[in-house]
Design a protein around this ligand. Structure first.
Ligand SMILES: Cc1cc2nc3c(=O)[nH]c(=O)nc-3n(C[C@H](O)[C@H](O)[C@H](O)COP(=O)(O)O)c2cc1C
Length: 173
């Protein structure tokens, strides 16, 4: 699959085929490639926690207010920000803005590269952050920014409407 095709076909998938496994090596390949994502000052203020353990996925699902697809997918990639690694160079702007932008870029790379491998994902941001940080046993200060179930879709990809470009675009020529 080419990148543009991956961009066109990426859609949030909320039902996964729990009988269709994804090899660990595929997840490693996706993540290795995703590390090409940009980050402010190339600080790479992130950590990745990849969960396959069923009881942990159940806890993550509960912490995300029962979003069941977290349990269904064979893998859940948790993208964690390390604000102090950005703050060390950029102060508050690094702590509050860059590390979040950096992890968002990484998340997007992971989602699109997963599509390249014929896989689907969903960006999950609605969860009790303290609970998730605790389940992942993150050191103080690290923050789970998003959880991404990764697996094979068991529902059609739905096109969700986008605002027309005209409505949101301003050229300054
Ligand atoms: C910051 C952020 C948080 C999101 N949180 C959730 C979430 O908790 N649960 C969920 O099912 N989808 C979540 N989504 C997915 C969006 O609902 C979805 O991307 C949007 O509706 C557009 O649909 P599409 O991804 O299929 O193009 C989130 C997306 C983003 C960018």
């Amino acid at each position: 699959m080419e990148l543009l095709e991956a961009i066109r076909t990426r859609r949030s998938i909320r039902k996964y085929d729990s009988n269709k496994d994804v090899p660990k090596e595929t997840i490693e390949k996706i993540l290795e490639l995703a590390l090409n994502a940009p980050s402010a000052g190339n600080r790479q203020p992130w950590r990745l926690h990849v969960v396959r353990n069923s009881s942990m996925k159940k806890l993550l699902c509960e912490a995300a207010f029962g979003q069941t697809y977290i349990e269904e997918a064979p893998w859940v990639i948790c993208v964690v920000a390390v604000p102090e690694e950005s703050a060390a160079r950029y102060g508050d702007r690094g702590r509050n803005l860059y590390c979040i932008q950096d992890t968002a870029a990484l998340i997007t790379y992971i989602m699109l590269i997963a599509r390249e491998f014929g896989l689907d994902t969903c960006w999950i941001g609605a969860f009790d952050e303290d609970r998730v940080n605790g389940i992942l046993k993150l050191p103080t200060g690290q923050r789970c920014v998003a959880m991404l179930p990764v697996g094979y879709a068991a529902e059609p990809r739905r096109d969700r409407p986008r605002k027309p470009l005209k409505e949101i675009l301003t050229f300054h020529e």
